[in-house]
Structure formats: C-alpha cells, structure tokens
Design a protein around this ligand. Sequence first.
Ligand SMILES: Cc1cc2nc3c(=O)[nH]c(=O)nc-3n(C[C@H](O)[C@H](O)[C@H](O)COP(=O)(O)OP(=O)(O)OC[C@H]3O[C@@H](n4cnc5c(N)ncnc54)[C@H](O)[C@@H]3O)c2cc1C
Length: 432
Amino acid sequence: MYDFIVVGGGIAGLELGAMLSHDGSRLLVIEQAQHIGGRSFVHTKDGFTLDNGIHLVRFGRKSAVAKVMRHIDREIEFVPLGDSYLVDEHNKFILFPTDPSGFLKSKLFSFGERLKALGVMLKLRRGKYGRLEHATVEDWMSNEKIEDGLRRYFMLVCASMLVCPISSVASAKALTENINMVLKSGISVEYPLHGWQKDIIGPLTGIIMKHGEIRTGVRVDSVILENNRATGVRTKDGTISAKNIIIDIPSQELAGIMNLKDIKDERMKTAPGLVPTSGISIDYAIDGCITDISGLVYLEEPVGFGCFVSNLSPDAAPAGKSLLTWFCPVHNEEMKQKDQVKNYQKKLENRIETVFPELGTKTIFKRVIHHAMVDGVELNINQLQEKRLNYAINGIENLYIVGDTTAAPGAGGDIAHESSTGCYESITGRAV
Ligand SMILES: Cc1cc2nc3c(=O)[nH]c(=O)nc-3n(C[C@H](O)[C@H](O)[C@H](O)COP(=O)(O)OP(=O)(O)OC[C@H]3O[C@@H](n4cnc5c(N)ncnc54)[C@H](O)[C@@H]3O)c2cc1C
C-alpha cells in the first residue's frame, strides 16, 4: 500500500511527488510515456540538450520551482537573461524593455510613449486597473489609448507571457496581473544554470526514488472511486492501491480515466472543456556561436520569440557549438488546420533564417515540433482561475489534482509549478 500514487510524471507531479517523498511518504509515480517530464521533457541529441520548446522560469530564483528545490534541499542557481530585442521589418535590432529603465532607452517608443509606458507601469504596479474580468487585452489597450510602439510592445508581451497571439482573445486581467507579478518580484524570466534535466528533473527523480518508485511506459486506465474515496488505480498489469491519489494530467484528459458524472464538484463541468494554448517550436543546433545575445529576440511577423539557450547555459550545447530555440504561438483553433500550420512554419523558418543568415550554412540539425498543447489553459476571459480545478476535489476524500490546468496563480508553466506548492499545502496543511 503506497501513501500516494501520482498519475502522470509531468513536472508538476514530479515536484509534488519529490516534496512528499522528501517528507518520508511512500510514493509511486505512473507515467504512460517511456520518459518522465511530460511537456517539460528534455531530449538530448548529438551532445545538445533540447528543452521541449523554450522553457524559461518566470521569477527565476523567486519562482515556485525555486521554492520546491529549496524545500527538498536541492537549491539551484538561476541565470538572468541579458538584453532582449525586437527585430523590425528591416532586420534592425531594437531594445525590448524588460524593466522600467528599458522604456527610457528603447527606440521602440516616441518620447510621449515613454512617459505613457511609465504611467501604465505605475498604474499596473499599484493595481489601479480595477475590475478587468470581462475585458480582453484589445479592449484594455483601446480604453487606455495604447497605440503605436506601446501597442506593439503589449502585443508581444501578450504573445510571450500568455502564449496568446490574439489580443481580442487574451484576458486583460490575466495580462495586467501577470505583469504586476513581474514588477513586484523584480524578475521577468531566468534559466536554470545547468538546464532543466540536470538542475530540476534529475534531482526530483532522485528524491522520489529514495522512498518510492517511478514506472514509465504504464498507462493508468482508471482511478478507482468507492464510497467517495479514491482507493487505487487500474493499469494493464492490475490494480494498485494507495491511501491517496494525485492526478497530474491535464483536466481535458480526465474523462479518459474517471467517470466524471460520478463527481459532484461543480468545476468538473467546465474544466474538461478548457482550451489550451498551442504553437510551433524550432530548435537550431548550430556549428559555432553566431551571437552573444542572451535575452529574448522577438519577431512580429510571424509573432514569435527565440532564445540562444547555450548563451544562458553552456551545458545546452557541446563546446564551440550553440543552440537556438524559437517559439511561435498559434491559436488552438488555427493549430488544427494542418496545411495552414505547415505554411506558417515555412514562413517562420524563412523569417528566422533572414534575421540570422548563418543558420543557412551552420545548422547541424533542426527540430520542428507542432504542439497541440503548450500551456494547459489559454488565459482568455472565460478561463480564469475560477473555471479551473481546485487541488482537492469536492465530494471525494483523498483525491488531489495538480498541474497547469488547476486554479493556481500565474500563466502557463508558472501554474504547473505553483500548483505543486499549493497542492502540497492542501495535502499536508504546511506551506512550502
Ligand atoms: C513548447 C512549449 C514551451 C513552453 N514554455 C514554457 C516556459 O517557457 N516556461 C514554463 O514554465 N512553461 C513552459 N511550457 C509549459 C510547461 O511545459 C507546462 O506547463 C508543464 O510542463 C505542465 O506540466 P504538468 O505536470 O502540469 O503536465 P504534463 O506535462 O502534461 O504532464 C502530464 C503527464 O501525465 C502523463 N499521462 C497522461 N495521461 C496518463 C495516464 N492515463 N496514465 C499515466 N500517465 C499519463 C503524460 O504523458 C504526461 O507526462 C511550455 C510548454 C511547451 C510545450
């Protein structure tokens, strides 16, 4: 009898599992894929370490993932990003502000816009935007008369922070709250010094294995619910019992392992229908170093952003070589149009290779992935925290949910990491 079974070995399940295991609990993680990590899985090829698309950590050393690593006595170092740039239609690199001083320096703005930008940031910092529950980013920008350079700026922040390329879809509340969180913490994004595998996934796995097990290549077919309790799971190898069950799979997939009609929780009605974010990622493994930029590089057409990961963490590429990872958010509905997405991908590749022409001769290999799910939940006005699942399920004792489709704060991956600390508190009554 295990203390906990964790269904799914994604990053949220691993973080929560490691904290519980560190406390001495006997734990079993069951993962259907042959590898753990889920959407944060790290792939290695020819000495290059490839994240599953760009994987930066918002708030870096002040993030939930940093707290988790400290909690299990595996504190890690984060690398701050260098200056970020927007590449305009003439391939000119323009400083892209990542802190208030950037607004004063960046040529993206006129003098009037600089003052306006500082005013908007001050208002955001003081939480002066009030109730924006029903406003889209487009509504907010129109109301605030955010135009020209400042509009271009917020469109790209919306695309990168909320992974939503459409301002008439993204929630103004989510955008303003998330910018405010960055202003409060003083950190936009950072990267683990030695990368996700060495610094995070490896140590989490090590701690879990101390008191428990990780089984990969095993699918949980169903969670067993009896008399308002979760008693175990069924797999092709039989039934496994546990005192508690934690589910780390996106809420859109819950119907595959449970009869949702048996669950009285109100949020179970909406959570399976949540729309995720989607996009295309492209990795370029490069022979040599073609730039020393260690911040983000943004493009507007097609909207996207890239990062020379090896300029942040040398472990990402063999000596003398470098790694560029690009990400282009595509709306989930558009992502379903396969031919259109292929054309979009070609356009994106052409654009990136015009900005960095050396890629034409120095690319050792290129990896392109079309991601149907990037973040579990697109932060549009209908999918804010109150529509997502709580960590504990109403009416069923000892069944918990973790991951980036829960009601944890933040955006995208932050939600996954915040959910691990929130769910830990919900289970143990102790804060991380
Ligand atoms: C291209 C891309 C870029 C991203 N960029 C960032 C970023 O910069 N920063 C950031 O913080 N986040 C980023 N994210 C998001 C981040 O990866 C996710 O939020 C996070 O990995 C979600 O983790 P999770 O544990 O909630 O879910 P998942 O990763 O989805 O884990 C769920 C796991 O459950 C397993 N599973 C499902 N069903 C079963 C079953 N029946 N039985 C057993 N196992 C099952 C799955 O195989 C999977 O491993 C990005 C994601 C992508 C794809």
